[in-house]
Ligand binder design. Sequence first.
Ligand SMILES: C[S@@+](CC[C@H](N)C(=O)[O-])C[C@H]1O[C@@H](n2cnc3c(N)ncnc32)[C@H](O)[C@@H]1O
Length: 229
Amino acid sequence: MDNSLSAYTQKYEKEGYGLQYPDGHVIRFYERILKYKLNKTSGNLLDFGCGNGVHSKYLQDITGGGYKAYGLDIVPSLKEIWERDPKLNSNNFHVITPNSSIKNLFNVKMDLILANQSLYYLPFESFKHTVQELYDICNEGAIIFATMMSDKGYSMYERGEIMENGLCEVKECPSGRLSGSSFIRFTKDIEELKEDFKPFKPLFWGDYELINLYNFEGSVQHFIYIGQK
Ligand SMILES: C[S@@+](CC[C@H](N)C(=O)[O-])C[C@H]1O[C@@H](n2cnc3c(N)ncnc32)[C@H](O)[C@@H]1O
């Protein structure tokens, strides 16, 4: 079984994983970039690696239904969570086999792609293929917001060598918060970030720390990429 699939199945089914409220960087992306800078507050939104759909719901709500949410994830049991949620149209949410093609999943073109903390689980070849497919299913002018794990992130964890597929094993951390291993592709710097998201054109980029507790698990710095078709 794919490593991320088993790890996230355990998290969602046994540990009640998933945010109930949107993350601050997604709120700021909406307020500062989508609304203020680009004036793009409606259209079809694809939430890649959507989890429980918290960010799809947020963008739907804050735009008064301007954004219509579509989503996908790899964990089969999320289907029940989407179905139980009165704010989500679960027909628009799909469970996929990890790293499989997404080009025929939706019968609409997208105006916004949101990939919050999900694309760094993909081996590099699948990542490149997925970025191209995301590009292909977008309307002209569509925006992509994606976050990638910085090489500085998880620096206190023990890391294996970078494998041929670009992923790196991240072993248990001193705080003990993550048991077992995760397989993540780390991004070195902003230039690599821009290169990886081609053919999207970069509009804005930067980084955020979810929380940086020096003597707990150290930095969890993520890069932010905002691009356009
Ligand atoms: C850190 S969680 C983020 C969830 C959600 N995007 C959010 O912001 O709340 C990572 C998500 O990526 C999903 N994921 C992991 N590997 C994936 C893959 N290969 N393709 C799609 N989703 C994946 C996981 O199941 C999980 O829901």
